[in-house]
Design a protein around this ligand. Structure first.
Ligand SMILES: [Zn+2]
Length: 399
């Protein structure tokens, strides 16, 4: 039992400033709201805060096809009309629109999950959090369900360099299909998704304890937990009835296994509740109960009129009968009996960590010597890391 978990937390404000479009339910602004709520509870003082690197196209192509990555890199709102065929081929358009800075958005959230995996691999932390990640629907050759690049798959590929078995748990209201599909033919990754048609309706904890049996059987070296918040009551898209306490209980439950843990965001379309949920869960990961009254912060107006952290659970009738739940549980346990206990891994040469070139500034064109992102790496941004005089400053961008 560790006395205190070392937690790495990844955030870049640029990820919250992109805009999917006026009628699109995905609002990346929820990430800024979450971060500022985390700051207002002073949770940043007890974690190492990092700005993730922007994943290189070649890193994204560790899972995705090169032509798809290249197209995402090239396309812009202004040019998309010229590429109708490609847009259709890569499933870009209505659900997955092309917007300003789309590729950079992907690079940042994917970079966060990859960095998180690397810090876990090198035992630099026990838990790594990237609320911007968790885009579990993206496929090898195309976008799906608001997801363009599947950061979870990229993070798991990184973890597989150091761990024989990775357990992926998904509590988004939607099925984590992109991750399941990516690892369908390997026994080194087990994916467990609780989603619609699952068993997690009111009052929240549902039957998440099945997970104990999974961990016991599979003996993973590391767990990846996707915390999509569209399974909360009152979500604009989801239709589940979980309270924040119920959702957070899943995080608490998984944390108790004391295995290295990579935690990401995911869905979540009522943004003030997403921010509440992920802040409470950051607190859970820090073993902290947070006061219910939301402290003053930049986005306080979104949390009115109660300004409270906890939201009441939904008022949906619980239609999951005990017998229905126990039938599901029996089926799952039976499936687990059929799988091999803790499949072993043949000795193989471990692929190296991805090579990140170390640019020599003097050799670069002075006009493009430092882009904004690189400059940011050298500048403390007051708006994102207030109370900038704490000990964690030295850890900025240590990767
Ligand atoms: Zn979802």
């Amino acid at each position: 039992m560790r006395s205190k978990d070392r937690i790495s937390y990844f955030y870049d404000g640029d990820v919250g400033s992109v805009y999917f479009g006026p009628n699109h339910p995905m609002k990346p602004h929820r990430l800024c709201m979450t971060h500022h709520l985390v700051l207002s509870y002073h949770l940043h003082n007890r974690m190492e805060i990092y700005r993730p690197h922007k994943a290189y196209p070649t890193e994204l192509a560790q899972f995705h096809s090169e032509d798809y990555v290249e197209f995402l890199h090239r396309i812009s709102p202004d040019t998309q009309l010229l590429f109708a065929g490609e847009l259709a081929r890569y499933n870009l358009g209505e659900d997955c629109p092309v917007f300003e800075n789309l590729f950079e958005f992907c690079q940042i959230y994917a970079g966060g999950t990859i960095d998180a995996a690397r810090r876990l691999n090198h035992q630099l932390c026990d838990i790594a959090i990237n609320w911007a990640g968790g885009l579990h629907h993206a496929k090898k050759c195309g976008a799906s369900g608001f997801c363009y690049i599947n950061d979870l798959v990229l993070g798991i590929l990184e973890l597989l360099k150091y761990h024989a078995r990775v357990l992926y748990i998904d509590i988004d209201v939607h099925h984590g299909d992109g991750v399941e599909e990516a690892f369908y033919f390997t026994d080194r990754v087990m994916t467990v998704s609780f989603h619609k048609f699952g068993d997690m309706f009111f009052p929240g904890t549902g039957d998440v304890k099945i997970i104990s049996k999974v961990v016991e059987t599979y003996q993973p070296g590391v767990i990846v937990l996707q915390c999509g918040a569209d399974s909360l009551a009152g979500d604009r898209l989801g239709c589940f009835n979980l309270s924040i306490d119920g959702h957070a209980e899943c995080v608490r439950f998984v944390k108790k296994f004391n295995l290295p843990l990579l935690v990401t965001g995911g869905g979540g379309y009522t943004k003030e509740n997403v921010a509440r949920c992920w802040t409470v869960e950051t607190g859970v990961l820090l073993d902290s109960e947070l006061p219910n009254e939301i402290p003053e912060n930049e986005y306080i107006k979104y949390f009115g009129p109660e300004y409270s952290l906890k939201i009441p659970g939904g008022h949906m009738e619980n239609l999951n009968s005990k017998s229905y739940l126990s039938t599901i549980k029996m089926q799952v346990l039976e499936n687990l009996r059929c799988i091999q206990h803790a499949p072993s891994v043949q000795m193989q040469e471990v692929p190296p960590d991805f090579y990140i070139p170390d640019f020599d500034e003097d050799e670069q064109n002075p006009d493009e010597r430092m882009d904004q992102h690189t400059q940011d790496k050298h500048i403390q941004r007051d708006d994102e890391y207030y109370e900038g005089d704490n000990d964690n400053d030295q850890n900025m961008d240590a990767l």
